[in-house]
Design a protein around this ligand. Sequence first.
Ligand SMILES: [Zn+2]
Length: 386
Amino acid sequence: MSTLITNIGELVTNDPEADDLLGIVEQGALVVDGATVAWVGPAADAPAADQQLDAGGRAVLPGFVDSHSHLVFAGDRAAEFAARMAGQPYAAGGIRTTVAATRQATDEQLTAHVARLVQEMRRQGTTTVEIKSGYGLTVKDEARSLAVARQFTEETTYLGAHVVPDGDPDEYVALVTGPMLEAAAPHARWVDAFCETGAFDVDQARTVLTAGAAAGLRPRLHANQLGPGPGVGLAAELGLSAVDHCTYLTDDDVHALRDSGTIATLLPGVEFSTRQPYPDARALLDAGVAVALASDCNPGSSFTSSMPLCIALAVREMGMTPAEAVHAATATGAAALDRDDVGVLLPGKQADLVVLDAPTHVHLAYRPGVPLVAETWVVGRPLRAP
Ligand SMILES: [Zn+2]
């Protein structure tokens, strides 16, 4: 069954061959055939299809690719958030509160919770989501967290190195790179570590990523969130696809990212929710570093699942243009996951798209907080908001 979506006021394709960043087709149309995009172009040239939908002049974009989330957890930390807003500083140790609740939850409870959050994301236009473990921190709880995440996405990330739960840090790293890795690897595509004061130092992070890579996982890294440090340099040295947070960077870090081609994934929901300074996206882009945006949806530092919010924050607070922010939330998010089948709307690519209740992508930043996502299509099928 093929579907022609026509009368699209603005079709964002992210065609890398186009003259403009977003590869915009004005008065466009698109044909979905099964799971893939079969044709894009001006509506006047559109081929026939089995059925036809009229977009009514609205904008159509690639679905958002949220390359960084922590959805497998139980409980919430609303009280901690309120305390922080009352003046207490954010520190990495709050993760332990969620770890205790997650270990107590059943598989069914964790699965239901992830399902609810993924549905929340879909309603806001996210079509690809990466989901990390990291609130189990035992062999059994990390493996089952990843097994739960795998029910919702192929982009699962083993984050046993989220925080040292208790005891000796070196013994814990030996567990993370030994029996825990062995149990987690069958359910994971990626391995990650939280390289930060209060979590793992750069040598421990290197050990975790190297062991993960040896087990067949692709490394990525949390770095330079709470202060300057060697994590971003490590990511560039290892040639990672992406390094996430990048809030505190030196000129050397920026040059290293540019030279390695490592994507800086910025997570402005974190700075919003912790009242920290935002990363300097403008400086990164001007230096030639590729920038992705992701939600970092997690119960401690950024409990938002909204990519439209991240786009609005990136434009208002981080110096990005609306076009740069949309590209960062779609095509570059896909690249941060080593994917080229999503984040673009071109023939042969996966038919993951968003219909906005707005004439252009600019409205995502121009109308912050407004639910503009009218429809989300995942793998060729529309999921209408309930
Ligand atoms: Zn994170």
